[in-house]
Design a protein around this ligand. Structure first.
Ligand SMILES: O=c1ccn([C@@H]2O[C@H](COP(=O)(O)O)[C@@H](O)[C@H]2O)c(=O)[nH]1
Length: 239
């Protein structure tokens, strides 16, 4: 059985390879790292190669959102990095999602697993309705996007832990749910809108939690990591 530490993905939201490598070295207990837009735009594949050499798992969170042909070719370019997870916005549409899946299947490695972004965890119900003018409730919209992703061959979705239980129930156990928007009670929310504590997020059905600033910006990141693991194990949380 997977231990809580296998379920936590820590984002390398730093501006250069030097800072990324320092962070990776300072947290040897972390096995799964996320490389997102900030670091990938700055460094390309450099840190991905370092992570591979260190035997770490990689979530490449590039959140593709483009026409099918571009998503297909960008996914093809990702194959050379041999990463574990890759993200595409569900709102890129059915054809873009299917095109990405076809390219991964053609690659024959069974990787990366493809995850669709349902609704960014920084978006509130109010923003969805008033800024983005989406005329349905947020949980229903997230579920709709997850179902579109599943029908299009995606392996899973990125969602808020607040939507995880419903998405698991409807999309099934083998549909991987990766949840950012995770905040221990002692951490600040920052720009995240739809949050939940780590223990509750796991109990709600999240397969993986993405936890960044509560760990990486902590005075002692190793202690913050250990505290989160203890809270998930039920030793020390107040839930
Ligand atoms: O809906 C989404 C999709 C991706 N993210 C990414 O997760 C981390 C969260 O970091 P924190 O510091 O724990 O807020 C970050 O890299 C985002 O790009 C997300 O937050 N929400």
């Amino acid at each position: 059985m997977e231990s809580p530490s296998d379920k936590i993905i820590v984002p390398l939201d730093v501006p250069d390879a030097q800072s990324a490598i320092a962070l990776i070295r300072s947290l040897p207990e972390v096995n799964f790292w996320k490389v997102g837009l900030e670091l990938f735009v700055a460094t390309g594949g450099e840190v991905l190669e370092f992570l591979k050499d260190e035997g770490k798992k990689i979530f490449l969170d590039l959140k593709f959102h483009d026409i099918p042909n571009t998503v297909k070719n960008a996914t093809k370019s990702v194959l050379k990095y041999d990463v574990d997870l890759l993200t595409i916005h569900a709102t890129a549409g059915r054809e873009a999602l299917k095109a990405a899946k076809e390219i991964v299947l053609e690659g024959g490695q069974g990787r990366p697993k493809l995850l669709a972004i349902t609704v960014l965890t920084s978006i509130s119900s109010r923003q969805l309705a008033f800024d983005l003018k989406v005329p349905i409730e947020l949980p229903e919209y997230a579920l709709n996007n997850a179902l579109l992703a599943k029908e299009s061959g995606m392996d899973g979705a990125v969602c808020s832990p607040q939507e995880a239980a419903k998405l698991k129930e409807v999309c099934g156990d083998d549909f991987i749910l990766v949840c950012p928007g995770v905040r221990p009670e002692w951490a600040v929310k920052g720009d995240q809108e739809r949050i939940m504590t780590p223990a509750r997020a796991i109990a709600s059905g999240a397969n993986y939690l993405v936890i960044g600033r509560p760990i990486t910006q902590a005075e002692n990141p190793s202690e913050a990591w250990a505290k989160i693991i203890q809270e998930i194990e039920g030793k020390g949380n107040r839930e």
